[in-house]
Design a protein around this ligand. Structure first.
Ligand code: TMP
Ligand code: MG
Length: 317
């Protein structure tokens, strides 16, 4: 018996190697030097399983700011949904100054690799609460949001159209789970003509009074480090997502990894993390946490290639 083990082991290993090699040729985007994977073989196995399960079992859960939207363009930061509101149409100079001070104080904390999510959590609640209070004081008018988005320089990542269109074509639900401002987010994807019927948004929505003036934010506050609560209480209840246990998750924060917490087990989960900022400091934690890490990549090339692979039948891939 014992002398048979190497005989069996070698062919199995070489078959496995050939099988894994296939992904490399079928998804060349994964071989780019901006792509990091701690466990390449696990990624390949998950991709195979998701491809076998097909588009009918798939759902995509994505963060919005700095994940679907760009981090920077031509060396300048692209505005987040909160920062799109920084427009004289909506807020005054004093509010702009205060929001920027808050951003300068709290954003470095949000991305600080030396603090735990537990340490960051109360500070994120503080940041979001203070910003929302400032915005409410400004009596923002709903009818001006579309113009503010138009004037903002908001940009989705290169290749976004293929991403949204492919998901719509294949009737794969896309859940956008954002700690940004839902009304602004919806306007960005509407103006980019990709707010297809398969897109569902969970975010912080503005509550306007009957004259169209902002008076509060609706529901429970969502910030970067409490997305697991929304995943269990809101996403898990969405009928369109039920039974879809193949999940492609996209995010730019470690907190985004909890967005799939509401998906029933057993599930196939492939996580992709955009590492935009503080790359050297955060590389190790990202590679340990996400299956695939994209370093300073402003495109949707890798998510698109992964999606094409998963949603093509195995023999046609
Ligand atoms: P996301 O969940 O869609 O990524 O949105 C959250 C991002 O919004 C987070 O990374 C920080 C950013 N943000 C601002 O840019 N300005 C603000 O005032 C606040 C509260 C958050
Ligand atoms: Mg984000």
């Amino acid at each position: 018996m014992i002398h048979q083990i190497p005989w069996v082991y070698v062919p199995v290993r070489s078959v496995l190697a050939t099988w894994l090699q296939l992904i490399k040729t079928e998804i060349p985007e994964l071989a780019k030097c901006s792509v990091l994977m701690k466990q390449r073989s696990k990624v390949e196995e998950t991709l195979r399983a998701m491809q076998r399960a097909g588009a009918g079992s798939l759902q995509v859960i994505s963060d919005f700011d700095m994940t679907l939207s760009r981090f920077a363009h031509n060396g300048r930061r692209v505005p987040t949904t909160h920062n799109i509101l920084d427009n004289r149409l909506l807020i005054n100079e004093d509010c702009t100054r205060k929001m920027r001070e808050l951003l300068d104080t709290y954003y470095p904390i949000e991305i600080d690799a030396s603090r735990t999510a537990e340490e960051k959590l109360p500070l994120m609640v503080e940041w979001w609460t203070r910003v929302h209070e400032l915005l409410i004081q400004q009596r923002i008018r709903r009818e001006l949001l579309a113009q503010a988005v138009q004037e903002s320089g908001a940009m989705l990542r290169e290749g976004y159209q293929h991403f949204f269109d492919r998901l719509a074509e294949r009737q794969v639900p896309l859940l956008i789970f954002s700690a940004g401002v839902g009304d602004v987010l919806e306007e960005v994807i509407r103006q980019n003509r990709v707010f297809h019927p398969n897109v569902h948004v969970i975010s912080n929505y503005m509550d306007f009074d009957c004259t169209g003036v902002l008076q509060a934010f609706k529901g429970r506050l969502i910030h970067t480090f409490n997305k697991h609560e929304g995943a269990l209480s809101l996403a898990a209840g969405l009928r369109e997502l039920r039974g879809r246990r193949s999940v492609l998750l996209l995010g730019d924060s470690l907190g985004d990894l909890t967005m799939a917490d509401g998906v029933e087990e057993p599930r196939q989960l492939l996580t992709v993390g955009f590492l935009n900022d503080q790359v050297e400091e955060r590389k190790e934690s990202y590679v340990n946490a996400f299956d695939i890490v994209l370093i300073r990549d402003e495109t949707m090339d890798v998510p698109n290639a992964v999606l094409n692979f998963i949603t093509s039948p195995p023999d046609a891939a």
